[in-house]
Design a protein around this ligand. Structure first.
Ligand code: GTP
Length: 180
């Protein structure tokens, strides 16, 4: 018999860092450009096989715009895992990610697994076909990795667009959350 475990996960981060796109890539294996900002929050699920068990991810996709900040505690309450996302080409979004990490470490369940995720690496990995798809990296990998290590976070750099490392974030979270 296959054992099924449920895992409640919340994704947080500044508006437009790519949270909805990232979840869409994980769940539907596609990238849709030009999305509307999330209003309130979205809820998505995906069941993944992991060894002899199935893990059902119950994911809250929060809205990054500041006016929705006060809703966040409703979504991280009782969460076993959180993804805190920033855009590697926008320095201020990294600052915002650090703020979310501090808030989670103060207010979320004590044993929550947090993954720091720098998204949009496709914009600065030198593989673009034209200049409109390039941007300068503003947060260096080493700096983010060092911060993640100091705060005991999982750390990844990803692209929702080019499907880089998306699946890996969820696999690693599942490995680190104590499941029933
Ligand atoms: P809110 O809902 O406002 O919190 O935003 P969000 O974080 O969910 O961002 P969303 O997924 O709506 O993406 C914002 C913009 O970034 C869209 O135009 C996406 O197409 C684009 N985008 C998302 N991920 C990537 C990526 O990995 N690479 C590139 N180049 N663009 C991306």
């Amino acid at each position: 018999d296959v054992v099924q475990s449920q895992l409640k996960l919340v994704i947080l981060g500044e508006s437009a860092v790519g949270k909805t796109s990232f979840l869409h890539q994980f769940i539907n294996n596609t990238f849709v450009d030009k999305r509307e900002p999330t209003v309130g929050a979205g809820f998505l699920t995906k069941t993944v096989d992991s060894g002899d068990r199935q893990i059902k991810f119950n994911v809250w996709d929060t809205a990054g715009q500041e006016r929705f900040h006060s809703l966040a505690p409703m979504y991280y309450r009782g969460a076993q895992a959180a993804i805190v996302m920033y855009d590697v080409t926008k320095e201020d979004t990294f600052g915002r990610a650090k703020m979310w990490v501090r808030e989670l470490q103060r207010q979320a369940p004590a044993n929550i697994v947090i993954a720091l995720v720098g998204n949009k690496v496709d914009l600065c990995n030198g593989q673009q076909e034209n200049d409109n798809d390039t941007a300068e990296r503003q947060t260096q990998t080493e700096d983010a990795a060092r911060y993640a290590a100091e705060c005991a976070l999982l750390f990844f750099e990803t692209s929702a667009k080019a499907n880089i490392n998306v699946e890996a974030v969820f696999t690693e979270i599942a490995r680190n959350v104590p499941l029933e």
